[in-house]
Ligand binder design. Structure first.
Ligand SMILES: Nc1ncnc2c1ncn2[C@@H]1O[C@H](COP(=O)(O)OP(=O)(O)OP(=O)(O)O)[C@@H](O)[C@H]1O
Ligand SMILES: [Mg+2]
Length: 477
């Protein structure tokens, strides 16, 4: 990670560049100094990776032109401009040409530089990580580095996952929608000993029970009206490989029993058949519910739960690892600017600030959609806060000011997400839960407010009687 410490100082005023060299070397940076634009470009062309500190006035060229030349040669290098003659125009022009920061020469220069360099290297690190991913990530060769994350907790998780890729233990991946459950399941497959064998997914949600059963186990010819020929199910298709049971929490009770039997006996019969079929599949399942809660509520068989969750994995919602947002946004930007054929360098700071402040009930998928949309609406070479706001508005999100003037928060657009995810966005942790009664009182009051004070209308919307509403005696207090 030596790239993380390399600094190139381009300044013809030797006393200053020597002073900076000494103080930055002291702080652990690996510093090179040059006095001209020509020398600077030579180093950049020969593959320098690090942060450039650039004086605005140079003997052979202007710092602003040099900035542009550096950006053309290697757009990911952060360039910090330093100048004795700070002026707003130059600062604006530097930003427009892709400068990372602008620092006036003065007494505070080392302190300011230290902060700026830290940000610059964070930025560079993300860019490098995304690039590495882009170059390694041909679609059929998934690996764990496809799951981009800088969150320490998620990285620990990835490390433990690597230890089970070659075993046959059943993995249960829990996480809200859009947290990357399927991505992880596929990564386990392509990194493990079954990678040459099929990865077959079954979505257990939203299919009528009988269809789902056919889907999983297949049927014999004439098994039922319309079964004109024999059909093999997903279990057979996955033989030797991995069967991915998506949304396993939605599996109907009768199929839970059947699945359990298959897992215990490793054989099953097609519907309408009686020849036992032997299969060797590894099961990975995913759910956006808390499956243990489903067990407690009597909706999911406990014995099946233990079979499926030999190795449980819980993916954090994006809002609990906001540090991942800039890198993921950058990653999706690279993806969609190519698709849209647009030349967009990155996000402005305020644009990233908005992204970081959102709750993302739809997690990474939602971020991906937002970035994609922002790429489409962007009119300049960067995605600005205005572009993000336009995107949010187009998605039906009003950025309402938070009470107390906090970060902007979308309102009114959560309707597209499951109630459970919406609640999870408001009560993300055990500690944040409030007593039932308090929640109910507040909800009733809110409903009446939203109905413009019309109790009857509010009651109708909530599906309760007016009398009940009044009986709670909280309304209109
Ligand atoms: N850490 C990540 N790095 C890169 N891309 C990611 C990451 N997490 C999720 N994605 C992308 O976000 C999208 C949603 O991920 P995925 O389909 O795996 O989520 P999921 O948890 O299965 O969601 P659902 O519960 O809604 O099915 C995909 O396009 C995926 O490639
Ligand atoms: Mg999924």
């Amino acid at each position: 990670m030596s790239d993380q410490r390399r600094v190139l100082i381009v300044d013809d005023y030797e006393p200053l560049s020597e002073f900076l060299k000494i103080s930055l070397t002291d702080r652990g940076f690996d510093v090179t100094t040059v006095g001209t634009g020509a020398e600077c470009m030579e180093l950049i062309r020969s593959g320098f990776v690090g942060t450039v500190l650039l004086d605005v006035r140079l003997p052979d060229t202007s710092g602003l032109d040099l900035l542009q030349a550096i950006k053309l040669e290697n757009p990911i290098l952060p360039v910090i401009m330093i100048t004795a003659h700070a002026s707003l125009e130059v600062a604006v022009e530097a930003t427009r040409r892709g400068g990372f920061d602008f620092i006036p020469k003065g007494t505070q220069i080392t302190e300011r530089l230290e902060v700026s360099l830290k940000n610059a290297f964070d930025h560079l690190h993300l860019k490098l990580k995304v690039l590495e991913y882009e170059s390694s990530g041909s679609a059929d060769k998934l690996n764990f580095s496809n799951f981009l994350t800088v969150s320490p907790r998620m990285n620990d998780l990835m490390a433990t996952l690597r230890s089970v890729v070659n075993s046959d233990v059943a993995v249960l991946i829990e996480g809200e929608s859009g947290t990357g459950k399927e991505l992880i399941a596929r990564a386990i497959h392509s990194n493990g000993s079954r990678s040459a064998k099929p990865f077959v997914a079954v979505n257990c949600a939203g299919i009528p029970e009988t269809l789902l059963e056919t889907e999983m186990f297949g049927h014999e010819k004439g098994a039922f009206t319309g079964a004109a020929s024999r059909r093999t199910g997903r279990f057979e298709a996955a033989n030797g490989g991995i069967l991915f049971l998506d949304e396993v929490g939605e599996l109907p009770m009768s199929l839970q029993a059947k699945l359990l039997r298959v897992l215990q006996e490793k054989t099953f019969e097609r519907i309408g058949g009686n020849t036992p079929i032997q299969v060797n599949v590894r099961i990975i399942s995913a759910t956006n519910r808390d499956l243990m809660e489903e067990v407690k509520a009597g909706r999911f068989r406990e014995d099946l739960f233990y079979r499926l969750s030999v190795f449980p994995v819980r993916l954090l919602p994006l809002r609990q690892r906001a540090e991942d947002i800039p890198m993921l946004a950058e990653h999706f930007l690279l993806k969609y600017k190519k698709e849209e054929g647009k030349d967009i360098k990155g996000f402005t700071g305020p644009a990233l600030d908005i992204l970081k402040s959102l709750r993302f009930p739809g997690n990474v998928r939602e971020l991906e959609n937002l970035v994609r949309h922002a790429v489409i609406v962007a009119t300049s070479g960067e995605i600005t806060d205005t572009d993000i706001q336009t995107t949010l508005r187009n998605h039906g999100i009003q950025i309402a000011p938070q009470p107390g003037g906090g970060a902007p928060q979308p309102a009114g657009y959560y309707a597209q997400f499951k109630l459970r995810d919406r609640l999870a966005a408001v009560f993300p942790t055990f500690e944040s839960l409030v007593p039932m009664e308090a929640l109910q009182d507040e909800y009733l009051r809110m409903a009446v407010d939203a109905a413009g004070g019309n109790v009857t209308r509010a009651a109708r919307r909530l599906g309760i009687g007016r009398a009940t509403m009044y009986r709670r005696q909280k309304v209109g207090e």
